[in-house]
Design a protein around this ligand. Structure first.
Ligand SMILES: Cc1cc2nc3c(=O)[nH]c(=O)nc-3n(C[C@H](O)[C@H](O)[C@H](O)COP(=O)(O)OP(=O)(O)OC[C@H]3O[C@@H](n4cnc5c(N)ncnc54)[C@H](O)[C@@H]3O)c2cc1C
Length: 478
């Protein structure tokens, strides 16, 4: 008999067979996320009303059924995969967006797509800056659960900085609201921030109020190249010391540039194949951009080996191609990627670049690295061939050394993707036993029966030891 069959039948009677799906196709679709490791969901629940979630969780507690909340399943860490089976709560049907143009706030349901929120805000002259590259697919609920971000973090902040209030359900099924649609709220413990980044383990977000800022009136895009990685990172530090705050400051190391150049079949700076680059974008009022543009150009002339200015939005798009192409093109270097999103303090940039050079040499692997220099969030991609045991072992060793080095340099093992399953082997490198105990105590207090997203964060899971599905997802590059 199927596990959790009696509880599932009871849930079906309460919510109906259109909401509680047990057919093979629906269950399979919900049984893995972007980490592509397959588990087995007993049912998929697609609530039409937020109140349905209270019913699901109350019943899950009564019958000890694991519940995994799912936005779009774009997480790369396995956080949305039902590792213990049970029910998957699919939030995509709850997707309303309303912009309060007067207050500069967006009232959204958790299943709303991030790019849709940005477009709705823009239509009224407002801007919602957090922009993960997956924004056309991922949901705001998923972004809140992972404290996601993208290229704008250095200037504007991360998802957490834009969440004014949240509503949803505790793991026990009780409805709660953390905060109101007001700019200030000091009434009691701040459990709103406890939910942000809790990866669906402390509650289900059904709705959020988001802060918006005025749309920037002007943008200016510049692509710069450097002799080597250390020169690029030193130059970026010079820029920040001069108080220039680019809205975007994307770094690509030599290997990432070579990947992009191969994919685009061109050299970005003629005669300078494979030079590390920094792609910069200023954004703000016309006056602010004009002032910073002069500073930026003077900086480029003094520090960069080459630079190209975008004279129009079309030209800016052409410069952006290098950043967009690099990630997918990395699969030329191996069929498997350990995609890390570490964060470094700025003072450690150059030491980290030197470490990466050593890591590549000593592991014998390709480790193309790119990321957001204004907030230190670097995407380190350890490439290997899954069928090659020597390379797999080298990748496993390399990722462990990477995490230890990042923490010893004062950094963090994740800046935006979270822990999920993939980073569980490294949680205790970042956190002391007392810190892990405190986190577990919070989890136990809010989720006494351990129903919400069990098996994640605290229990060690080695993703590289598990077979990965050979499926093409809509957001896959290749
Ligand atoms: C091509 C690609 C590019 C990416 N780029 C970025 C990037 O630039 N920046 C970045 O930060 N991430 C990035 N990601 C990772 C991913 O898109 C983010 O983690 C995103 O926040 C996940 O949103 P989702 O809706 O897909 O959530 P899911 O993947 O479905 O879930 C992620 C986690 O959130 C929880 N969750 C989802 N909805 C809720 C809810 N309503 N209430 C409580 N918990 C919930 C889930 O249980 C799970 O733990 C990228 C992924 C891909 C595939």
């Amino acid at each position: 008999m199927m596990k959790f069959a009696a509880a599932t039948a009871q849930l079906k009677r309460k919510l109906g067979a259109r909401i509680v799906r047990t057919d093979g196709a629906a269950r399979r679709e919900a049984s893995f996320d972007s980490s592509k490791i397959l588990f087995d969901a007993a049912a998929v629940i697609r609530p039409r009303r937020e109140a349905d979630i209270g019913v699901v969780l109350a019943l899950a507690n009564r019958h000890s059924v694991p519940v995994t909340t799912r936005g779009r399943g774009t997480t790369l860490t396995g956080a949305a995969a039902p590792v213990r089976g049970g029910w998957v709560l699919d939030m995509l049907g709850l997707n309303k967006i309303e912009i309060d143009g007067e207050a500069g706030m967006a009232h959204v349901q958790a299943g709303a797509r991030v790019a849709e929120i940005q477009r709705a805000a823009e239509a009224q002259g407002w801007f919602y800056p957090p922009d993960p590259s997956s924004k056309e697919h991922c949901t705001i609920g998923g972004n809140i659960a992972c404290n996601a971000d993208g290229m704008h973090g250095g200037k504007y902040g991360v998802t957490r900085d834009f969440v004014v209030a949240l509503r949803g359900f505790l793991p026990t099924g009780e409805a709660v609201e953390w905060g109101t649609a007001t700019k200030k709220f000091s009434a009691g413990f701040n459990l709103r921030d406890l939910w942000i980044g809790s990866e669906g383990m402390l509650g289900v977000v059904t709705g959020a109020v988001l802060k918006l800022i005025p749309q920037p009136a002007e943008r200016f895009t510049l692509l710069t190249s450097f002799r080597d990685e250390s020169a690029a990172l030193r130059a970026a530090l010079t820029l920040f010391r001069a108080r220039v705050q680019p809205a975007i400051c994307e770094f690509l190391d030599r290997e990432s540039v070579l990947c992009a150049e191969r994919a685009m079949q061109t050299t970005i700076f003629p005669g300078q194949a494979g030079r590390p680059v920094i792609l910069l974008e200023l954004a703000g009022s016309k006056l602010e951009v004009r002032e910073q543009r002069a500073q930026l150009l003077a900086w480029a002339k003094e520090n960069a080996a080459g630079h190209r200015i975008a004279r129009s939005r079309d030209e800016a798009e052409q410069l952006w191609a290098v950043r967009r192409k690099c990630s997918g093109a990395m699969f030329e270097l191996g069929d498997a990627k350990l995609n890390e999103d570490v964060v470094l303090p700025m003072r450690s940039y150059v030491k980290f670049a030197q470490f990466l050079g050593r890591l590549k040499r000593e592991s014998g692997l390709h480790v193309p690295t790119f990321g957001h220099l204004a907030d230190g969030n670097l995407h380190v991609n350890i490439m290997y061939h899954r069928a090659d045991p020597k390379e797999t072992r080298a990748a496993e060793k390399a990722v462990d050394l990477l995490m230890r080095t990042v923490v010893s340099l004062g950094g963090a093992i994740s800046g935006e993707h979270g822990i999920g399953l993939a980073k569980t082997p490294f949680l205790r490198i970042q956190h002391s036993p007392a810190q892990v105990r405190a986190m577990r105590a919070v989890k136990d207090a809010l989720d006494p029966r351990g129903v919400l997203n069990p098996g994640k964060m605290f229990e060690v899971f080695h993703v590289w030891k598990h077979p990965r599905l050979d499926v093409h997802l809509p957001w896959d590059h290749k």
